[in-house]
Design a protein around this ligand. Structure first.
Ligand code: ZN
Length: 318
C-alpha cells in the first residue's frame, strides 16, 4: 500500500489463479501430477481464493490435463479456496461432479469461427449443450460459471460485436450461472473495449458476477485491469509467471501474470488476501519445471521496496 491513496473505488479484489489449467495446458513437457498437486496446494496456502485447477476435457485434446481426476483427488481442500474446473460437455460435467469440484466452468467463444475451431460447435449449439451441463451441475449442487472467449476480438473475424457477448451472458444468466468471464484469448482487449463490454453485460445480465481474463499478447494486459477497476470490476484471472496461451490461436501468448497483477493491486491499496511473496516463490519454481523462461516481471525484479546490498550492483553514469 502506498501513501498516495487509492485511485479507484474498488477496495478488494478476488484474484483467480488459472496457471494450473490455462497456464500449462499448452506446454509441451508433461508436468508430473505430483508437481501440479504441489503447486495448487501452495496456491491455496498462499491465500488464493479461487483456482482454476484443471480441465475435464478429452485427454486426447489436451494431454497435459489428462490427470484431472487425480489432481482433484490429491489436493488439500480448504474452505477458503474455490477449486474450479473447466468442462466442455455433459461427459466432462459428470467427471467433474465425481471429482467434487467446487465450481464448474463452461466455455465458448463469442465469434462463430473461433467457436467452431475451438469446440466444433456453433454459438447456439454451445448454448444448447450447456443446458445439459447446467442440469448435471445443478443436480450435484455445483455452481456453474461461464467463460466467453474472444470477448474482445477474434483472430479469424476481427471485431466481435458487443451484442454477441451480451447475448451469451444473458443466456448464462437465464441458465442460472453464478458468473461469467470475459476471455481475452488473443490479447485484443483495450481499455475502451473493456469499459463498453463490462457496461453492456451489466445491463444484459445484472445478476452475473463479472470476471476479467486478459492475455498480455500486446503488452497492455495490466492497463486493461486498471480500466476494469475504473468500471468497478473486482474479479480478475491471471496465471503464475505469465504462463499460458491458447493452443487453437495462432501466436497467442500468456495470461497476465499473477504476481505482477498482485503487485499492481497492492500498490494501488487494493486488498487481495494473497501473500505475494509466496506467489513469487511459486512462479520461480514453476519455471524450471516448464523448462523455459517465463514472462513474469516481478518474479525477476522482486518488490519495489526490496532492498539490495549496495555492493551487489554495478553503477554507471546514464
Ligand atoms: Zn487465458
Amino acid at each position: 500500500m502506498t501513501d498516495a491513496g487509492p485511485i479507484t473505488a474498488v477496495r478488494k479484489v478476488e484474484v483467480t489463479e488459472v496457471g494450473p489449467r490455462d497456464g500449462i495446458q499448452a506446454e509441451a513437457a508433461f508436468v508430473p501430477t505430483q508437481r501440479k498437486i504441489e503447486f495448487i496446494n501452495r496456491l491455496i496456502e498462499a491465500g488464493v481464493p479461487r483456482i482454476e485447477a484443471t480441465s475435464f476435457v478429452s485427454p486426447r485434446a489436451v494431454p497435459q490435463l489428462a490427470d484431472a481426476g487425480e489432481v482433484m483427488k490429491g489436493v488439500k481442500r480448504s474452505k477458503n479456496t474455490v477449486l474450479a474446473a473447466l468442462v466442455p460437455n455433459a461427459r466432462g460435467a459428470i467427471r467433474a461432479a465425481e471429482a467434487e469440484v467446487d465450481q464448474i466452468v463452461v466455455f465458448m467463444s463469442a465469434s462463430e469461427s473461433h467457436n467452431l475451431k475451438n469446440v466444433n460447435c456453433t454459438v447456439d449449439q454451445s448454448l444448447k449443450a450447456f443446458e445439459e451441463v447446467a442440469k448435471i451441475a445443478h443436480d450435484a449442487g455445483i455452481p456453474v460459471h461461464g467463460a466467453i472467449a474472444t470477448s474482445f476480438g477474434c483472430p479469424f473475424e476481427g471485431s466481435v460485436p458487443v451484442e454477441n457477448v451480451a447475448r451469451i451472458a444473458r443466456a448464462y444468466q437465464d441458465m442460472g450461472f453464478v458468473g461469467m468471464s470475459f476471455g481475452d484469448t488473443t490479447g485484443m482487449a483495450t481499455p475502451p473495449l473493456v469499459r463498453d463490454r463490462v457496461r453492456a453485460v451489466r445491463e444484459a445480465a445484472p445478476k452475473l458476477s463479472q470476471v476479467l481474463h486478459f492475455h498480455n499478447t500486446r503488452g497492455i494486459g495490466l492497463a486493461n485491469v486498471v480500466a476494469g477497476l475504473h468500471e468497478g470490476v473486482d474479479r480478475y484471472e491471471a496465471a503464475f509467471g505469465g504462463t499460458g496461451g491458447c493452443p487453437f490461436v495462432p501466436k497467442a501468448t500468456g495470461n497476465i501474470c499473477t504476481e505482477d497483477l498482485l503487485y499492481l493491486l497492492h500498490e494501488m491499496g487494493i486488498e487481495t488476501g494473497i501473500d505475494i511473496r509466496k506467489l513469487i516463490g511459486i512462479a520461480r519454481d514453476v519455471e524450471p519445471v516448464l523448462g523455459h523462461p517465463l514472462p513474469g516481471q516481478v518474479m525477476k525484479a522482486g518488490l519495489r521496496l526490496d532492498l539490495h546490498p549496495m555492493d551487489s550492483v554495478r553503477t554507471a553514469v546514464g
